[in-house]
Ligand binder design. Structure first.
Ligand code: NAP
Length: 312
């Protein structure tokens, strides 16, 4: 008997016949409401909200297999109350997202975009000793806000650049500290001491707006802010102001509070490197994310524990 499942249509080309074996799939189209009916599983992207209303219209649902590490698009409390399992796709995207975080760190530390613009404009006048000077990373401090899978992977890469690492997290990470020399500090000192602050906590009611006008004011003059976690961790207008008034050296962002819209003041702010949420965007990683989401669906439908539940 095949199971009725809903899968985001964008995942179609990433999935193999083996991933879909035994499933009767209805493909969900972006921007269209979530179908109703006797579906037992849903595999949404982070752009689709799955909350109380959707759950009410899917009375047979057993699993929400989010195809992302974050799951702030799912009402996990409503799901738990309905006894619906929620899974995400951690681990498989850690390296890709850590690499992209470093892409942003390097592009902010050195005026990469300005250099490219100079070449493309045809106005480059040749090597100049004081032109387009950037920040030397060796000996500088990287502050990780959140040191889970991606935060630690970003920190491990920092040792190759000779950076000192500090991190703020709810729990200590002794292996990470031993391997990298990282030191755990409170958020206040982290903001004060870091030359580069990189965000790696999930979006939750406690972390929303973590970076606001107060926290930006506590950052070192000339420091760089990187966000490859979730857009609503940052108050975007406050960030734009800190860039406009010269307090912040640069900002490298992959995520935004109201994607795909970007706050107009942030879009116009100087010294930004803005990417369109491509942290996990390598072919290998995207295929692994889709396969893991479907592996969670098959496990739950077979009465087995999910591979990567968001809560145990
Ligand atoms: P993770 O392994 O679960 O790590 C999350 C870290 O955040 C943990 O260290 C956790 O602390 C900490 N944390 C959780 N809630 C917190 C809170 N309320 N206050 C302070 N710290 C808190 O997750 P991950 O795989 O590293 O992913 C991190 C986030 O990156 C995801 O949630 C997702 O939103 C985002 N992401 C973005 C992209 C992209 O495309 N740009 C790709 C992948 C992931 P403890 O360890 O102490 O519990």
């Amino acid at each position: 008997m095949s199971h009725l499942v809903l899968i985001a249509a964008e995942l179609r080309e990433l999935l193999t016949a083996a991933d879909l074996e035994g499933l009767d799939v209805t493909w969900m189209v972006a921007g269209e409401p979530t179908p109703r009916g006797e579906f037992v599983a849903i595999v949404p992207l982070l752009s689709r909200w799955v909350g109380g209303t959707e759950l009410k219209h899917l009375p047979q649902l057993r699993i929400i297999a989010n195809c992302a590490a974050g799951y702030n698009n799912v009402d996990v409390v409503a799901a738990e109350m309905r006894n619906v399992t929620v899974t995400n796709t951690p681990d498989v995207l850690t390296d890709a997202t850590a690499d992209l975080t470093w892409t942003l760190i390097l592009a902010c530390a050195r005026p990469l975009l300005e250099g490219i613009a100079l070449i493309k404009s045809g106005t480059w006048a040749g090597w100049h000793p004081t032109e387009l000077l950037g920040l030397e990373l060796r000996g500088k401090t990287l502050g990780l806000v959140g040191a889970g899978r991606i935060g630690q992977a970003v920190g491990r890469r920092a040792t190759g650049f000779g950076m000192r690492i500090i991190y703020a997290a709810r729990t200590a990470k002794p292996d990470f500290e031993t391997d990298t020399g990282a030191r755990r500090v409170e958020l206040g000192p982290l903001l004060h001491e870091s030359d580069v602050v990189s965000l790696h906590v999930p979006s939750t009611p406690e972390t929303k707006g973590l970076i606001n006008s107060d926290s930006l004011a506590r950052m070192k003059a000339g420091a760089i802010l990187i966000n490859t976690a979730r857009g609503d961790l940052v108050r975007e207008e406050a960030l734009a102001i800190a860039l406009e008034n010269g307090h912040l050296g640069a900002a490298g962002l992959d995520v935004y509070a109201d994607e795909p819209a970007i706050h107009p003041r942030l879009l116009a702010a100087p010294r930004t490197v803005l990417l369109p949420h491509i942290g996990s965007a390598t072919g290998d990683t995207r295929r692994r994310m889709a396969a893991l989401a479907l592996a969670n669906v098959r496990a739950v439908l077979a009465g087995q524990p999910p591979l990567t539940p968001v809560f145990r």
